[in-house]
Design a protein around this ligand. Structure first.
Ligand code: KG4
Ligand code: ZN
Length: 359
């Protein structure tokens, strides 16, 4: 049974065909990095325009690579939210028109549920399905959420960020220090060259729900750190490097980044990881989780992966392979399988919902 997934919630136009909820027959991601990079973040108007350009060829390529015709599809799944309304609308409108023209059922998927199903799908494929109840930590540029995932993929929200998402903190700190956008991958690469204990950040103490997150304090501390020293020379050198427009390797970054700044990056990353894992461990224990799922763009972070594996929780901690951690459409198709089985179809009134909640 094949489902075509379509994802356009942020700055990636993606389409994928998944078979039986576990085999990725194709997964095409058209990135808009080149468009938004120079603005230091996603520009919503430009994102919608780029989605419009990319949606038809992206879907066509995914169908071709999967060797699929329309009649092979059991359903078309599309991200209905959360995300940028103008971006979501492109995917939703296109999915609806395909369903209408070809007589295929439509399924609406929550983007966050998609991130969780990236892990569920790979675990099934590997022959070791995710043990439920699971604790899911979804960490990306837009989300930092903890969910309890129980039988039949029912969700309960346990905690979430009260301000920035973890990925957003990576992006803002990188921008502040002149490392360009997105910041997560560069900080990840450079953090391993610094001392994670060199700069002290205070951990966030939450009033009310202790499982909520806050990253605004760390961000402000990073700002103060830069204000306390003259960084103009190294910032100028990094700007020059970024403007060269080439693919940058570690050596090139290291040549324009003094030890003190490497220490700062390492300390920042270590603090974010500690904040994430502390709450994930605590909530996994609270709900008696049988496994932990970590997904979303920040799940690519090598420091987070290493630290999560080092925590002795006594239950499996599962990450998606890096290509399925960041935004993609295979995860959207995968999340649609349990809905297909339950007969949860959408009609043509399906709307884009910027703030759609999973629970
Ligand atoms: O899941 P995603 O592609 O899009 C959203 O749904 O937001 O996540 C993108 C986010 C960005 O903030 C990016 O900086 C972060 O994930 N990211 C990373 C890494 N790779 C991507 N953060 C830390 N370390 C990484 N290796
Ligand atoms: Zn995402």
């Amino acid at each position: 049974m094949r489902i075509l997934g379509i994802e356009s919630s942020c700055d990636e136009t993606a389409a994928a065909v998944v078979e039986d909820g576990e085999r990725v027959l194709s997964s095409v991601v058209a990135s808009q990095l080149a468009t938004h990079g120079k603005y230091g973040g996603v520009v919503p108007e430009l994102a919608s325009r780029e989605h419009l350009r990319a949606i038809v060829p992206t879907v066509r390529l995914a169908m071709e690579q999967a060797g699929s015709g329309w009649s092979d599809l059991a359903a078309i799944a599309v991200t209905e939210g959360p995300g940028l309304v103008g971006s979501l609308l492109v995917g939703i409108t296109y999915a609806k028109s395909l369903c209408f023209a070809q007589g295929i059922p439509l399924i609406g998927v929550n983007h966050i549920e998609g991130h969780i199903h990236a892990v569920v799908m790979e675990a099934r494929r590997a022959g070791s399905p995710v043990e439920l109840p699971a604790l899911a930590l979804v960490v990306s540029g837009g989300h930092t959420h903890l969910f309890e995932v129980s039988e039949e993929f029912r969700y309960r929200l346990l905690g979430k960020t009260r301000d920035d998402a973890a990925g957003e903190a990576f992006d803002k700190v990188a921008k502040l220090l002149g490392f360009g956008y997105p910041g997560g991958p560069v900080i990840d690469r450079l953090a391993r060259f610094g001392n994670p204990r060199a700069v002290r950040f205070t951990l966030a103490r939450m009033k009310g729900n202790a499982l909520d997150f806050s990253f605004s304090g760390i961000k402000t501390a990073a700002l103060r750190w830069t204000q306390a020293r003259d960084m103009s020379a190294e910032m100028a050198r990094r700007r020059e490097l970024l403007e060269s427009g080439s693919q940058l390797d570690d050596e090139q970054w290291l040549a324009v980044t003094p030890r003190e700044t490497l220490d700062m990056l390492a300390s920042f990353q270590a603090t974010v990881i500690e904040e994430l894992l502390r709450r994930a461990v605590r909530s996994a224990e609270e709900i008696g989780a049988r496994s932990v799922i970590v997904s979303g763009g920040v799940a690519c972070n090598s420091g987070l992966r290493a630290a999560a594996q080092a925590v002795r929780l006594g239950i499996p901690v599962r990450f998606p392979s890096p290509g399925l951690s960041t935004d993609n459409a295979a995860m959207i198709a995968a999340a649609a399988f349990p809905k297909y089985e339950r007969g949860e179809f959408a009609d043509f009134t399906l709307k884009a919902q910027a703030n759609l909640r999973l629970a």
